[in-house]
Design a protein around this ligand. Structure first.
Ligand code: SF4
Length: 306
């Protein structure tokens, strides 16, 4: 007959928790009082870390056998029970005892002040855009689409209305098919020009819808700051929304095309502004490509003047 060591109520609870059979545990002798030798941590009911659980399993096998039993039915049963308990702990979906995660709210994140009008460098302007929640578009963005690779005083700054799906994925403005068409047009008209690209709003509207007036207004200060810091020599607005926003003239696209308009920056500088179709619109309406080519000829003329 195997001489089992007594187990305490707490040890019984642990073994039940670990999957040992209730009937098997019932055969073990009842406990000494917990206060005599149970660790203070257990008496207080303190949760125990996973490594300690493994130790308890080892302990469990030691306190149910005294001394080490000869191999036999009871020994095999205990080994099987221990293996079963270990397997339960290790199987996918088992609920390990883990340290409580540090609350996100406790992590101190630096506050970013959104004040594009006062920003003196592109890095802090980008930081503000990345932290911005000034309009609802922030909820749908994978990432902000700030602008293409930074150039100082580029020949042209190309401004569209909003990032599309590809832009949102790559964080690059005018990515995707429309961007390829735009680049092909620019390469043919002003092949040696330096170009910086961005949009009126920096976050993608879901479903590629146009941005609302509220969203345009919320993001406008970022664009004005961007133009002030990049200091382009000329602007090209692609699409009606960009044309109206930059020219300040509430007219249709055909009325705004074919001439050199003006954008006045926050420092009072007046920059030449040309308007043309959005390349996505040219993909849908290729009949406008001839007119677009006339607009590009105007770009070439302005480029040749400097
Ligand atoms: Fe902020 Fe502009 Fe994005 Fe709106 S679109 S959340 S204003 S960065």
């Amino acid at each position: 007959m195997i001489d089992f060591q007594a187990i305490s109520p707490l040890q019984r609870t642990w073994l039940l928790e670990l999957g040992l059979e209730r009937a098997f545990l019932a055969r073990l002798p009842q406990a000494r009082p917990a206060s005599q030798s149970a660790p203070a941590q257990e008496q207080a009911g303190t949760p125990v870390a996973p490594a300690a659980v493994e130790r308890k399993l080892d302990d469990a096998s030691s306190f149910v056998t005294k001394p080490a039993p000869a191999r036999g039915v009871a020994s095999d049963a205990m080994t099987a029970a221990r293996d079963q308990a270990l397997a339960l702990l290790r199987k996918p979906g088992a609920r390990p005892v883990v340290a409580a995660p540090v609350e996100d709210s406790l992590a101190q994140k630096p506050t970013v002040l959104i004040q594009p009008e006062k920003t003196q460098d592109m890095a802090s302007l980008l930081e503000q855009v990345q932290a911005c929640q000034e309009c609802g578009l922030y909820t749908g963005r994978a990432q902000v689409v700030f602008g293409s690779e930074l150039l100082v005083e580029p020949d042209w700054m190309i401004i569209g209305e909003a990032p599309g799906t590809s832009d949102d994925r790559s964080a690059q403005p005018f990515d995707g098919k429309a961007g390829l068409l735009l680049q092909a047009m620019l390469n043919s008209a002003i092949p040696n020009a330096s170009i910086y690209k961005t949009h009126l709003v920096k976050c993608r509207p879901l479903g590629n819808r146009p941005p609302t007036q509220e969203e345009l207004a919320a993001c406008r200060a970022f664009l004005d700051a961007q133009i002030r810091l990049v200091q382009p020599r000329r602007l090209l607005a692609v699409g009606l929304l960009a044309a109206v926003a930059l020219s300040g003239r509430d007219e249709d696209l055909e009325a705004l095309r074919g001439q050199t308009l003006a954008y006045t920056d926050s420092l009072g500088r007046s920059l030449p502004l040309v308007v043309t179709y959005h390349p996505a619109s040219l993909l849908l309406r290729p009949q406008h490509k001839a007119n677009a080519w006339r607009d590009l000829s105007l770009l070439r003329e302005l480029q040749a003047q400097s």
